[in-house]
Design a protein. Structure first.
Length: 279
């Protein structure tokens, strides 16, 4: 009897120890898959690479105010790389719309950089092509950490460069165009000076007229003291016509000299930009 009790006790102890070890291993696996805003679900990065990338992303997030993610996956769940990157950003950045998600998709064999909010304005189609050129050179050599680094570094570089002149968003689904407009400091100063000069001239002219400083004008109240309306008509004085220009989508990866950012909508309805490259 005592022997059987000892066997039961030993079996239960081994079972509990096994559960603790497995739980610890699973916890470490989850921790290894995500650190900061780096989600290495495909287990492509070393711990040192993950730490360095997470630190770089954290510094860029503080500079830009965006949410920025680096993601790897070996199971896209039947989604395209574009849809996976867009949905990942949307699900992890519910409150903040500005930012990017840099993805290595081992399932679809594609790298993808998804943009959202303000980041769409900064990372135009042309700039995305340049970033992906650098990232593709790394992924083709199997340098996964360097590939993600290239996408994050390119984002930082073009953020520092500012929004391009004549930048516009082109919604490929609706054809709608949203042009970015900004006023430089010199333009603002010139506008203020012109406004002050015009106001001064008009104000001075009105004051002078009322004080009768210009000529010996006297109002003939007998002649102009009454009015008789003999005819009335409606006159069209102004019209406004709005034109919508839909640029042609030439496709491919060729660089464009325009500041166009092509956009689409994710499954959540958010507007996203972005581009990818098969490897």
């Amino acid at each position: 009897m005592r022997k059987r009790v000892r066997q039961w006790f030993l079996g239960i102890s081994l079972l509990l120890l096994s559960l603790q070890v497995n739980g610890f291993s699973m916890g470490n696996a989850v921790f290894a898959a995500q650190k900061g805003n780096v989600y290495d679900e495909a287990d492509l990065l070393t711990e040192q690479e993950t730490d360095a990338l997470a630190e770089k992303i954290s510094a860029l997030m503080e500079t830009t105010g965006w949410n920025i993610y680096a993601v790897t996956t070996d199971d896209a769940g039947g989604k395209s790389a574009e849809a996976y990157a867009d949905d990942f950003f949307d699900s992890h950045s519910t409150e903040q719309e500005d930012g990017v998600a840099a993805l290595i998709d081992m399932d679809n064999r594609e790298i993808y950089l998804s943009t959202c909010g303000e980041a769409i304005r900064y990372l135009t189609d042309e700039r995305l092509d340049y970033i992906l050129d650098d990232a593709y050179g790394e992924i083709s050599e199997g340098n996964y950490a360097a590939c993600l680094d290239a996408m994050i570094d390119g984002t930082a570089e073009y953020y520092e460069g500012g929004i391009q002149q004549k930048q516009y968003n082109y919604d490929e689904e609706t054809g709608e165009i949203s042009v970015y407009r900004s006023i430089t400091l010199w333009e603002a100063l010139i506008a203020v000076v012109i406004a002050v000069v015009v106001f001064g001239a008009v104000f001075g002219c009105i004051v002078g007229k009322y004080r009768l400083k210009f000529g010996n004008y006297e109002y003939d109240f007998r002649r102009f003291g009454s009015m008789e309306l003999k005819h009335s008509s409606d006159v069209l004085v102004n019209t406004a016509v709005t034109h919508r220009r839909i640029p042609q989508n030439n496709g491919g990866g060729s660089h464009s000299s325009s500041g166009r950012s092509t956009t689409h909508h994710s499954s959540s309805g958010r507007s996203h930009g972005g581009s990818g490259r098969k490897f």
